[in-house]
Design a protein around this ligand. Structure first.
Ligand code: ADP
Length: 480
């Protein structure tokens, strides 16, 4: 099974969120399951710098405002990869999608149209003699790949499109459609048009032969008007071609027994190292958590993540004995609110604004709990890292959070299935009630140890997800 895996970021070379973690693990797991999976990514400077054994395999005609375009093949994070070297579009420092001030690059349509166009260009086998059976695009940046493939018609690779977050759709003025070189009939309701605009996410959802998203619950939620962001009708109409496949944990990078970022290691049988991690963390962040639970938050600071609800509840939680360590960046008002909480609660609330991979590991390992109170969450990775690191998750009952954390209700505890605390509505009352239950469990060390043990025993191996993706590919190309 030959798979061209089309995306934009990959850990550790370039990461803005969970997508980079997925891209560092899933193609490798597909390879281990027997597929010939190769990455196709834009030639962002950080990716070109990380590409090993690079060699140029194709020169392409100028397009989308890029005069010189070539394809470079090499190895990225140990996986075969093609990068599109088009300096006019990609040779920009920092974040792959936005300027330093957070504004989208004005030519983002051209930048990601080129990605889709090159992906479809593999269809005839003329590039590096690699003709994929499947072109697998991820999120809106790769959505146009599905439209370009559909426009080719005939005997083409099948298109699979995975939604990692429906909230980012890649929407552009309808007049820009003319830039894409796609057939006019595609700019229609039955196509990539969305209420007069050009929508790259919809291109993926409409033209892909199969659609997946990153958890079963999110797959159901996005078919409702509450969570569908205008795409629910289309997704309902494609329900037979749509499924949720839960993300995994990359144990190469997230394993408390081997994690190089930690001051001490631990496993399910012996948590002594976790206590050392906690002491180091408290010292590094000038925290004095005392006897109460230390709660981690490692997150983008956006409306999605519900951290406004948590920050509002902090005075009451700190009074009950909880301490907090937050690492994140994003929305300036949220950053300010958390900074203020730290200033108001010295020794009990520590806040680090920014992006710091090593500190993220140290916080998740050293804390007793991890809070993910998201309004919506396609899958969420940090709660799964929490489970693997004996750091009990407290999450909202939504999307992948609902699929990965089992609430410590009495029946689930008795059945040995409970792994954390789950709350319902995105309001302070429900959140506080869940923290209250967590505190009671914390004070029952036998119960707490049981939750940790059950969490650490969860199997979130990427090999499980890879088999499900392979099954989707096989439906489309049974002979490959
Ligand atoms: P999302 O993809 O919505 O950002 P996920 O939970 O799926 O959320 O993945 C987030 C990933 O980004 C995790 O690997 C998490 O550790 C990491 N992360 C988030 N914020 C930071 C930060 N400020 N510093 C370091 N890593 C971070």
């Amino acid at each position: 099974m030959r798979v061209l895996y089309v995306s934009t970021e990959i850990h550790p070379a370039l990461k803005t969120g969970g997508l980079a973690d997925v891209n560092a693990a899933l193609p490798r797991a597909l390879g281990e399951a027997g597929a010939d999976a190769r990455l196709l990514l834009p030639g962002f400077p950080a990716l070109l710098a990380a590409l090993q054994s690079a060699r140029r395999v194709a020169s392409l005609a100028p397009r989308f405002g890029a005069d010189a375009i070539s394809l470079v093949r090499g190895s990225l994070a140990g996986m075969p990869a093609y990068l599109i070297d088009a300096p006019a579009l990609y040779a920009r420092a920092g974040n792959p999608y936005t300027r330093a001030n957070g504004e989208d690059w004005p030519d983002n349509l051209e930048r990601f149209a080129l990605l889709g166009w090159v992906a479809a260009g593999f269809a005839d086998g003329g590039i590096d003699a690699f003709r994929p059976d499947i072109v697998h695009g991820h999120d809106w940046h790769a959505g146009l790949a599905c439209a370009y493939l559909a426009a080719r018609g005939g005997d083409r690779p099948a298109a699979v499109f995975t939604v990692h977050n429906l909230a980012y759709q890649g929407s552009f003025p309808g007049a820009d459609f003319a830039k894409l070189g796609l057939p006019a009939h595609q700019f229609a309701m039955h196509g990539l048009e969305f209420h007069g605009t050009l929508n790259c996410m919809k291109a993926g959802l409409f033209y892909a032969d199969r659609i997946t998203t990153v958890s079963p619950t999110y797959a159901r939620e996005v078919q409702t008007s509450e969570h569908g962001l205008g795409m629910d009708g289309l997704l309902r109409s494609r329900v037979g071609a749509f499924r949720g496949i839960l993300n995994g944990v990359d144990t190469l990078h997230w394993n408390p027994a081997t994690d190089p970022h930690l001051p001490a290691h631990f496993d399910g049988d012996d948590l002594a190292g976790k206590r050392t991690c906690r002491e180091h963390l408290a010292q590094a962040l000038a925290l004095a958590p005392g006897d109460g639970p230390l709660v981690a938050v490692v997150s983008r600071l956006t409306q999605q993540k519900g951290l406004d609800i948590l920050v509002d509840a902090l005075p009451s939680l700190v009074a009950k004995g909880f301490s907090f360590a937050l690492l994140g960046s994003g929305d300036t008002a949220l950053e300010a609110a958390w900074r203020k909480a730290a200033a108001d609660n010295p020794g009990r609330v520590a806040v680090r604004i920014g992006y710091d991979e090593a500190l993220a590991h140290r916080i998740i390992a050293g804390a007793d709990m991890i809070a993910v109170p998201s309004r919506f969450e396609p899958c969420g990775l940090t709660q799964m890292y929490g489970l693997a690191y004996a750091t009990i998750p407290l999450v909202r009952c939504v999307g992948g959070l609902a699929d990965t954390v089992v609430d410590a209700a009495p029946a689930e505890v008795r059945a040995g299935k409970a792994t954390g605390f789950v709350f319902g509505k995105p309001h302070a009352d429900d959140l506080l009630a869940a923290f209250g239950r967590a505190l009671a469990a914390w004070n029952d060390s036998h119960l707490w140890r049981g939750l940790q043990r059950t969490g650490m025993a969860q199997n979130h191996a990427w090999s499980v997800a890879a088999e499900e993706y392979l099954a989707v590919y096989k439906e489309l190309r049974p002979q490959a």
